[in-house]
Design a protein around this ligand. Sequence first.
Ligand SMILES: Nc1ncnc2c1ncn2[C@@H]1O[C@H](COP(=O)(O)OP(=O)(O)OP(=O)(O)O)[C@@H](O)[C@H]1O
Length: 242
Amino acid sequence: MITITNLSKSFGRFKALDNLSLQLERGNTVSLLGPNGSGKTTLIKSILGLVIPESGSIAINDAQVKTDFAYRSRIGYMPQIGRYPENMTIKQVINMLKEIRSDHRDHDEELMESFGLPAIQHKTMRSLSGGTRQKVSACLAFLFRPDILILDEPTAGLDPLASELLKDKIVKERNKGKLILITSHVLSDLDEITSHVVYLQDGKLVFYKDVEELKVATGEQKLNKVIATLMQKDFINQHFGV
Ligand SMILES: Nc1ncnc2c1ncn2[C@@H]1O[C@H](COP(=O)(O)OP(=O)(O)OP(=O)(O)O)[C@@H](O)[C@H]1O
């Protein structure tokens, strides 16, 4: 569904992505992991066309991200920090986006309902708590029923109930055959929803594996333990030969 081939991106002399190749398939929840500064957001932004790589290519089905912009309407994006017109209410922001995307009339407002946003939709964006702002961002990502969801630290700042509601929604959409690409440093939040792990370090792909395969190889069940074991010296070389 998303084919990334030999992707590289530098900022000045610094290589944020280094010859990265990946094939992401529908029906999977792919957790994008790696230390701070390893290139996760740069990869996400390259897929969204917000960062222009200097070499390599990204194709979404047959559309090349570089030249075919229509693909963007098929992606729902939840940024790490959502920025909105501060003087607009939640309702005005949502309606504005519906007007911009007026070709799309079948909206998915399920998450909006479960978060209880209709009851507070008269509030201005300026007045919202960080977590409520995150809820608005999450709802907007799902609103136009995209085939691909890219969620950058989606549970950061959400209370435990909201976090569970969002995870339930992610599982539900994945079961419909959508591709979910998600980053988080809170591995416990990814435990029940991840099907595959992409691990980046210094802009390079360290591994891309099915999570069940990783659990068998490490003898661990929890994602944080799986990753900790994998990061031990030489474990990856010995078990996966990469
Ligand atoms: N616009 C930019 N200009 C210069 N350097 C940048 C820019 N964007 C990212 N970088 C650098 O590229 C590297 C990768 O950044 P990126 O945001 O992709 O990392 P990340 O894995 O998402 O990190 P985190 O876990 O902290 O969110 C970092 O060293 C960062 O400083």
